[in-house]
Design a protein around this ligand. Structure first.
Ligand SMILES: [Fe+2]
Length: 442
C-alpha cells in the first residue's frame, strides 16, 4: 500500500464480475458472458487483505466439467441441441451465473444477473450458499440485476413475465421470506431490456427501453439472451411509475433509448424526476464484445445524462445535463430515499479511450465535474463509503479498482470523494478482472 488510509475505514469492498471467458474447448463472446468471481478487499485499522473465489454455480461446475459453456449467456448461444430443448419445451433453462450485482436481504447476501435467481454467498468467506428457494407463483422469467434493499432489509425488484401476456412485476421480498409480494404491475406487449430500476419513497420507476423482448424467442429458441431482444425505435420508449402505496401505474412516452442505470429518482412538488444514463441506440451491446474490447480500439459510444420530469396527464420534459458517465452512484442513504445533489461514476466515451478511463464526481445541480485519472489505467465502478457520523453528502472515500499495462495486480485507489484527490493506493496481489458492481459490507 502507498499513502494513508483513513482510520475510520473499516469493512469490506465486495466486487462481482466475470473472470473466466475462455474454456479449453470453447470461449464466450461477450464481456457480460464470463463466469462469475467474487472478490473481497478488507480494510481494518490501516491493514488490507484480499481474497477471491469463483461463484460455485451449476453453470460454473458444468462448464468446467465439459470444458465449454454449458448454458446460454448474454451473447453466447445455448449449447443444448434442439432435441434436448424439446424435453423442456417452453421452459428455458436459466443460468445461475450471477456475475453482476450483490444485494442484501436482511443480513443475507445474494448475487444476481438478469435472470430471476438469487444466488447466496457468504460476504466473509465468499463461499457460495444455496440459491434462494422461492415458493410463489409470481411467474417471472427475467429480473433486473439491480434490486433495492429498503431500510427494513426488504428487497424490491422488477421481474419480467414473458408469454402471450407480458408484464413488469414490482415485488418485495421480506427478510427470511420465500414469497415475493406483488406490489404492482405494468402490462405491455413486449417488455424492454431491463437491467435496473429506480425508486422514490412513493414510486418505482421502470424504463421500457426500445430494445424489446421477443417472448417466443426466449421461450422456444436457444438464442443468446441479448439476441432475444430487437431494436424497435418506431414505438419509442416508455417510463412507468408504479405506486408503492396502491400499485397504480402511470406512463409517459419518451424518445427511443437503451439504458442500464439511473443516477437516481426523486419527488419534487408534483413532479417525479428520473435521472437516467441513456444511449440513443443499442450499439453499446456490440461495442462490449470481447473481440472488439481486446482490439483496444476506442469504444465509440457515449451515453447522455437525461433528466425526465414526469407530471400528471402524461406530460414529460427532458433535460440533457451531461454525457459520458456510467456505473453511477449517490450516497447510499439518499438512493431510493431522498434527492441527492452529488453523484460519482466512471467516464465512458472518451474518444481516444478503449474503455472507462477516469472516475468522476458530478454536481447534479450545476453539472460541474471533477475527474481523477491514473495515467491511461482502466477504472471500474467507484464505490462511495461515507465517513461515519458525517453531515456532508460527499464526506467519505471512493474505492476504485484500476488496472494499467505493466501492473502486476490491480491497484485500488482510495479517493477523497469531495476533492477527488488520491489518498492511498492499495496493490492487489493479482489482477481483478474487469467486473461491474461493488458493495460495502461494513
Ligand atoms: Fe449494472
Amino acid at each position: 500500500m502507498e499513502g494513508r488510509l483513513p482510520v475510520w475505514l473499516r469493512g469490506s469492498l465486495l466486487l462481482n464480475g466475470p473472470a473466466l471467458w475462455d474454456l479449453p474447448q470453447a470461449s464466450y463472446r461477450h464481456w457480460f458472458d464470463g463466469l462469475a468471481m467474487l472478490h473481497r478487499v478488507q480494510f481494518d485499522e490501516g491493514r488490507v487483505s484480499y481474497r477471491s473465489r469463483f461463484l460455485q454455480t451449476e453453470d460454473y461446475r458444468r462448464s468446467i466439467a465439459s470444458s465449454a459453456p454449458a448454458f446460454a449467456a448474454f451473447d453466447t448461444r445455448d449449447p443444448e441441441s434442439f432435441l434436448e430443448r424439446l424435453k423442456h419445451f417452453g421452459k428455458p433453462r436459466v443460468t445461475d451465473n450471477a456475475a453482476v450485482v450483490m444485494s442484501r436481504i436482511g443480513d443475507r447476501w445474494f448475487a444476481t444477473t438478469e435472470g430471476p435467481l438469487l444466488v447466496g454467498f457468504d460476504p466473509e468467506t465468499l463461499q457460495t450458499r444455496p440459491t434462494l428457494a422461492l415458493e410463489d407463483d409470481l411467474g417471472v422469467q427475467l429480473m433486473a440485476a439491480h434490486g433495492i434493499t429498503d431500510s427494513k432489509g426488504s428487497y424490491w425488484n422488477v421481474g419480467v413475465t414473458l408469454g402471450p401476456k407480458c408484464a413488469y412485476k414490482l415485488f418485495r421480498l421480506q427478510p427470511g421470506a420465500r414469497r415475493r409480494e406483488l406490489i404492482g404491475q405494468v402490462r405491455l406487449p413486449k417488455p424492454g431490456y431491463t437491467h435496473a430500476f429506480a425508486m422514490t419513497p412513493r414510486h418505482a420507476l421502470v424504463w421500457e427501453t426500445a430494445l424489446r423482448a421477443q417472448p417466443l424467442g426466449f421461450l422456444l429458441t436457444g438464442r443468446s439472451y441479448i439476441h432475444n431482444f430487437k431494436w424497435d425505435p418506431v414505438h419509442g420508449s416508455m417510463l412507468h411509475a408504479v405506486s408503492v402505496g396502491d400499485g397504480s401505474v402511470r406512463s409517459w412516452e419518451v424518445p427511443p433509448m437503451v439504458a442500464f442505470h439511473a443516477i437516481q429518482a426523486y419527488e419534487q412538488g408534483d413532479e417525479t424526476v428520473l435521472e437516467l444514463i441513456v444511449y440513443d441506440d443499442p450499439e453499446i451491446m456490440d461495442a462490449l464484445l470481447l473481440e472488439r474490447l481486446r482490439s483496444g480500439a476506442p469504444l465509440g459510444v457515449t451515453p447522455r445524462l437525461m433528466r425526465y420530469r414526469l407530471r400528471a396527464r402524461g406530460e414529460v420534459t427532458m433535460e440533457n445535463f451531461g454525457q459520458g458517465l456510467e456505473l453511477p452512484q449517490v450516497h447510499p442513504a439518499r438512493w431510493a430515499r431522498a434527492k441527492a445533489t452529488v453523484a460519482w461514476g466512471t467516464l465512458l466515451g472518451n474518444p481516444s479511450s478503449p474503455f472507462f478511463d477516469a472516475t468522476e464526481r458530478i454536481d447534479l445541480a450545476s453539472g460541474e465535474r471533477r475527474s481523477w485519472r491514473r495515467g491511461t489505467a482502466v477504472q471500474l465502478e467507484p464505490l462511495f463509503v461515507p465517513r461515519p457520523g458525517a453531515d456532508n453528502e460527499d464526506d467519505g472515500v471512493l474505492l476504485v479498482p484500476t488496472l494499467a499495462d505493466g501492473d502486476v495486480g490491480s491497484m485500488i485507489a482510495v479517493l477523497d470523494a469531495e476533492t477527488m484527490e488520491c489518498l492511498a493506493m492499495v496493490k492487489a496481489p493479482q489482477v481483478i478482472p474487469f467486473g461491474y458492481h461493488a458493495a460495502w459490507a461494513g
